[in-house]
Design a protein. Structure first.
Length: 269
């Protein structure tokens, strides 16, 4: 893929995140009338999720038919080695979304040859749009951002993600170690948005035992562009089945990875 090819995808997806965010925001303004279904414990989906993902999927297919697609709501298209793939969560933070809270976002990433090349996180209810990628600056509403130069969990808030896909006992010991180390936790209902806040220097870390690709890849591209360090999320079958995740400023990464690593749940360094 040439730089021009990647540029075309970046600018198209940047604009698409705005279009998708506007559609999601329209649904959000009438959230009380949405049709909502449960996909599992603490895992919701609404008509808005499907509608927004369909918009994104159709726009990408029309413009870049050679690319594959992986979305939380509609699944994956056929994929072959060497093919680029878009990874999308139309509304990350559906639980806040359907309850009238603003902590949700649209997440879009583009991956090729095992590299997370570009990413976008758009939180229209908060009027914040994050973008970044390989060879590109990390931006928030057009302004360059950087991770906070923190060297300890005592220097800020750490987003501690948790999913009911794993039992609480896989999470609670690490959570206790974070508090014992003098850290403090943050959770706002959207992994992608919390990761974007790390890129902007608002948080000093993020860790989760298991997170899906569509929930994090858009923001991970922004974090790396902002000078942060992330674990090798795409290792193994991370793209398809999710992985453990640690993200932090470089000086803090080792401490946070140690806090959130133990038997059977070690984040890759």
């Amino acid at each position: 893929m040439t730089p021009a090819d990647l540029d075309a995808r970046f600018h198209f997806a940047d604009a698409l995140s705005v279009e998708a965010g506007a559609l999601a925001l329209d649904y959000f303004r009438r959230f009380e009338s949405l049709t909502v279904r449960s996909k599992g414990l603490q895992d919701m989906a609404s008509e808005a999720d499907l509608s927004v993902e369909t918009l994104i999927r159709e726009r990408l297919a029309a413009t870049f038919p050679q690319d594959a697609f992986l979305g939380e709501e509609t699944g994956r298209t056929e994929f072959s080695a060497g093919q680029g793939i878009w990874v999308v969560d139309p509304i990350d933070g559906t639980q806040p979304f359907v309850n009238g809270l603003s902590s949700w976002c649209v997440s879009i990433a583009f991956v090729k040859d095992g590299r997370n090349l570009i990413g976008f996180v758009h939180a229209p209810a908060r009027d914040e749009r994050f973008s970044g990628g390989v060879g590109r600056p990390a931006l928030l509403n057009g302004r360059e951002i950087r991770v906070k130069d923190a060297g300890s969990v005592t220097e800020g808030l750490v987003a501690a993600g948790y999913s009911t896909r794993l039992p609480p006992e896989t999470f609670l010991p690490a959570f206790e170690r974070l508090l014992q180390a003098g850290g403090m936790f943050y959770r706002d209902g959207s992994g992608a948005l919390a990761l974007a806040y790390l890129a902007a220097g608002r948080l000093v870390g993020y860790a989760e035992r298991h997170i899906n690709a569509w929930d994090c890849l858009g923001a991970l591209a922004v974090i790396e562009a902002a000078g942060g360090r992330v674990s090798d999320f795409l290792a193994g079958d991370g793209l398809w089945n999710g992985n453990a995740l640690v993200a932090a400023p470089p000086r803090l990464y080792g401490e946070l990875a140690a806090i959130f690593s133990d038997d059977g749940a070690t984040a890759s360094a």
